[in-house]
Design a protein around this ligand. Structure first.
Ligand code: HEC
Length: 109
């Protein structure tokens, strides 16, 4: 019996350690961190631009898009006059940014 408990614990520990290795889910990250401003599925809103058919996303490198996400875009850098606020800098790790950029590229096509 004791052996089964030990094995069970070892299995649970293995699961716990393998979880963070799962690939970041761009759509899920977008939903929790971005959709309040950028709209459901990147459709845009009165607060922030859409990503569907977005020419900045289409023509920019992943690195340049990642820079905007990491650093935000405010003040003199702001591009869209129709939105009152700027883009606030986001705290995401590199894997999460990569996943979310892939999602934006898919919507922008
Ligand atoms: C508080 C609202 C808000 C949140 C949350 C937000 N953004 Fe933004 N974002 C903006 C605004 C406003 C702009 C437009 C800034 C400007 O005028 O250049 C913008 C611009 C951008 C741009 C540049 C788009 C372009 O056409 O030039 C990218 C890329 C971007 N956001 C990605 C994201 C991602 C990814 C997230 C989530 C991790 C996110 N944003 C979360 C408000 C937000």
């Amino acid at each position: 019996m004791k052996r089964f408990i030990v094995m069970g614990l070892a299995f649970a520990a293995a699961l716990a350690f393998s979880a963070p290795a799962l690939a970041a889910d761009g759509a899920a990250i977008f939903k929790t961190k971005c959709s309040s401003c950028h709209g459901q599925d990147g459709a845009g809103s009165a607060m922030a631009p859409a990503f569907k058919g977005n020419s900045f996303i289409q023509s920019s490198s992943e690195t340049d898009i990642a820079q905007v996400i990491k650093n935000g875009r405010n003040g003199a850098e702001k591009k869209y006059k129709q939105f009152a606020i700027g883009m606030p800098k986001q705290t995401l790790n590199d894997d999460e940014i990569k996943a979310v950029v892939t999602q934006l590229k898919t919507w922008a096509k």
